[in-house]
Each structure stands twice: as C-alpha cells, then as structure tokens.
Ligand binder design. Structure first.
Ligand code: FES
Length: 158
C-alpha cells in the first residue's frame, strides 16, 4: 500500500517535473505515464512518474518523436529508476543519433552561406529551403518535409 508521500497530485507532478498540467494529461492520455483516480476523480501519480517524465523530456530534447519515446519507454521499468545498463544502451543510441543530427545541421549551415544577402528561398536554387535537393525526389511530400528527417520535430508538448 502506498503512503501519502508516495503519491503526487497533478499539480505536484507539474511543479516537480517542470511540465505543464496539460502536458501531463496529454502524456497520460497517450499512455506514456499512468495515474490512478481518487473517489473524487482526481489523478494520483506514483513518485516514479517523475523519472519517466524526465526521460520523456530528455528524449524529446534529443529529437525523438512521440512514437519513438513510446518505444523507448517500453524497454524501461515502470516502477524503479533505470539502471546503469539501461542508460548505457540508451545513451549509446542517442549519441549516434545526435551525431547524425549535428551533421545534418552542419550541411544545412553550409548551404546557408549562399543565402546571405539573397532571400529568394527558392526550392530550385536555395539549399536551405531544399537541403540535399530533396525537392527533386517527387516521392517526397512538399513543405517542411524537405528538412532532413532527423531535423523534423513534429512533437512539441511541454
Ligand atoms: S535564400 Fe536565396 S539561395 Fe537561399
């Protein structure tokens, strides 16, 4: 049986995690975290939710999508802090991912040099609008999808 110190209200979770209550409700609705309900219908979270939320923040900062975060959380325990082995595997994966993102950003930055003083943002000429000439691939969707996949960040809930 959990003591009163072991459970947190959504306001306490928000204060301690730095997430908004709406973000916490969102992650609960997405089943990345869970809560029980009091007889009055109020959420109560186990203290371990703070670890999961910290993990979600770190993963989002690395650029993982919601589905990727869900998959990663599937490997982690729900009722204890991740072990050194857990973090070792995750940090190795994320290190490689960050290297790829850095390289993609460097390519984007290098292309930006030709844009200085221009402003055309042409899909034909501008390597910043159309990095690596992705627009030439007719299978690609238009717009922001021209960004290298690793630099697309559709998931921004805080
Ligand atoms: S803005 Fe013209 S080439 Fe990039």
């Amino acid at each position: 049986m959990l003591s009163k110190q072991d459970v947190l209200t959504i306001g306490e979770v928000a204060t301690r995690s730095g997430f908004s209550t709406s973000a916490i409700r969102f992650y609960e609705a997405e089943e990345l975290i869970s809560a029980t309900r009091t007889s009055g219908g109020q959420r109560r979270f186990k203290r371990t939710v703070l670890r999961r939320l910290a993990f979600i923040r770190a993963a989002a900062n690395v650029g993982l999508s919601l589905e990727e975060i869900r998959a990663e959380l599937g490997y982690l325990p729900t009722d204890r802090a991740p072990t050194k082995a857990d973090w070792s595997r995750i940090s190795r994966d994320w290190h490689g991912r960050l290297d790829e993102q850095i390289q993609a950003l460097e390519r984007l930055r290098d292309g930006l040099d030709t844009c200085i003083g221009c402003g055309c943002l042409s899909l034909q000429r501008c390597s910043f609008s159309n990095p690596e000439d992705r627009a030439a691939d007719s299978a690609d969707p238009p717009g922001a999808a021209y960004l290298p996949p690793l630099l697309r960040r559709p998931h921004r809930v805080r």
